[in-house]
Design a protein around this ligand. Structure first.
Ligand SMILES: NC(=O)c1ccc[n+]([C@@H]2O[C@H](COP(=O)([O-])OP(=O)(O)OC[C@H]3O[C@@H](n4cnc5c(N)ncnc54)[C@H](O)[C@@H]3O)[C@@H](O)[C@H]2O)c1
Length: 244
């Protein structure tokens, strides 16, 4: 028995990659593709998809998650832009419905490791800033990966009692945005796929942890793994690492 999969946002860059990846895997069957203007709930029901992979955009991602659950399928959300409150609300929804889902800020294993190593370094260094660079078409800023990294660093710093140093910038904008008390700087420029540097600072030293997605193929293995692991789960996983 193969897993029936529907890809939403199938005409986009990540959707196209996912359609090809699902078609190439003998354990998966592509039963449907949808994009803007399609009736997602009806298509999921008609195709009997068990898993729906969503690569659309930050404006519609939350709504799509609700529709996928409503249709009784497991959502695998690659779409970025989920807010902390939304993750909490969707965690509760998944538990209530008994349908597991995934919100993955990044499907590249290197990025998952970058977040993990940043979390490990966080308690030992007083200063930290995140610089993320993406292609010019990315709608949301900061990226979901940067937000998740900031959350993980903040949790680790809190647990070890590290305080962010005080500062008084003349122009607040010049210091990037503050997320979970961590500075994030977002660069949008043609040529980038996805790059993130987490720069830590201590007395007389810096430590930089950098991940670079050079090609969208870097996300492929993570998407396929998520589809296979999500079937039968009953909770929301936030981050691919929860399925590894
Ligand atoms: N998690 C990850 O590892 C990862 C990696 C890359 C990109 N992303 C995210 O994935 C999303 C898609 O990225 P992309 O580069 O493929 O974008 P894209 O613009 O190439 O594709 C988005 C597709 O979604 C479609 N769409 C828009 N609204 C829709 C709706 N309401 N219903 C169905 N389809 C709709 C568009 O028509 C388009 O075909 C973005 O949020 C991006 O940040 C995540």
């Amino acid at each position: 028995m193969t897993i029936p999969v529907l890809v939403n946002g199938a005409k986009g860059k990540m959707g196209t990659m996912t359609v090809n990846a699902v078609n190439a895997d003998p354990e998966l069957t592509l039963v449907g593709t949808t994009d803007k203007g399609d009736d997602l709930v009806a298509e999921i029901r008609k195709s009997k998809a068990k898993v729906v992979v969503d690569f659309t955009n930050a404006v519609v991602g939350h709504d799509n998650f609700l529709k996928i659950i409503e249709a009784g399928a497991h959502p695998v959300m690659g779409t970025s832009g989920f807010k902390k409150e939304q993750v909490a609300q969707l965690t509760e929804l998944c538990q209530r419905k008994g349908i597991g889902g995934l919100i993955a800020p990044n499907f590249a294993i290197g990025a998952v490791l970058m977040m993990r190593f940043a979390k490990e370094a966080a308690p030992y260094m007083d200063y930290v800033e995140i610089i993320e660079s993406h292609h010019e078409k990315k709608l949301d800023a900061p990226s979901g990966t940067a937000v998740r990294t900031a959350e993980l660093i903040a949790e680790a710093r809190q647990a070890f009692g590290v305080q962010a140093p005080a500062e008084k910038p003349d122009a607040e904008d010049a210091r990037g945005g503050l997320y979970s008390s961590i500075r994030i700087h977002s660069v949008r420029m043609p040529g980038y796929v996805a790059n993130q540097r987490v720069v830590f600072g201590g007395t007389g030293q810096t430590l930089t942890i950098e991940h670079n997605s050079l090609d969208r193929e870097s996300f492929r293995a993570g998407v396929i793994l998520a589809i296979k692991k999500i079937v039968g789960t009953k909770d929301l996983a936030y981050g691919l690492e929860e399925l590894l």
